[in-house]
Structures are given as C-alpha cells and as structure tokens.
Write a protein that binds this ligand. Structure first.
Ligand code: SF4
Ligand code: SF4
Length: 99
C-alpha cells in the first residue's frame, strides 16, 4: 500500500485535490503505530455491504479498497473507532488489543 508522506499544504482547487482514502497521500501518520492503540477495528465480511463509508471517513486513510475485500493497515490505524461508529450494518467491531 502506498504510504502517506508529509508534504506542503496547498489550497485544494478541485475535489480530486482533497486527500481521501489509503490510495492517496493523506498527509497524516508517517511512521507506524507505536503500540499505544488499545482497540483495533475488525471487519466482519459477512455483514459488510461494501458501501465504502468507512473508507471515506477514516481520518488516516488506512482502509484499502484496492483488493477484493477491504483491508485495514494496522501499522497505521490509530484505533479511533470512527469507522465502527459510521458503519451502518455494524460490520466493524472494535476489539481489545492483546498485550
Ligand atoms: S462502512 Fe461497514 S458496510 Fe460499509 S464498507 Fe465499511 S465495513 Fe463494509
Ligand atoms: S479505527 Fe480510525 S484509523 Fe483505524 S481504520 Fe478505523 S477510522 Fe481508520
């Protein structure tokens, strides 16, 4: 997966200029999660209807939609739970991290 990089902010001119999703440079986390995440999102593919809402709302762009099914990059996911909150079919569970 293409990793985010820090870059100079410029005023977006069209919708395509807005950072969104893991396939674009999202300008957020540039180093892997340091182990402070307490919960991780887990997708239940039996319930997922592929609406891509989680992909659109993830603030760190770590949900990859380029494969056959959505994949979360746990190296960069901060465990904020926004994806779980926004998933209407309740297809994402926040699961406590193991020590
Ligand atoms: S928001 Fe939920 S149902 Fe929609 S694509 Fe993500 S996991 Fe699947
Ligand atoms: S928990 Fe937060 S950072 Fe991780 S995939 Fe969901 S929305 Fe993205």
């Amino acid at each position: 997966m293409k990793r985010p990089k820090v870059k100079k902010w410029t005023e977006p001119k069209t919708i395509k200029d807005y950072p969104m999703g893991s396939t674009c440079d999202s300008d957020h986390l540039t180093s892997i999660n340091a182990g402070w995440r307490t919960f991780r999102p887990v997708i239940n593919y039996d319930k997922c209807v592929n609406c891509l809402r989680c992909f659109l709302v993830c603030p760190d762009g770590v949900i990859d939609k380029s494969g056959e099914k959505l994949e979360i990059d746990y190296d960069y996911c901060k465990g904020c739970g926004v994806c779980e909150y926004e998933c209407r079919p309740r297809a994402i569970d926040m699961v406590k991290e193991e020590k």
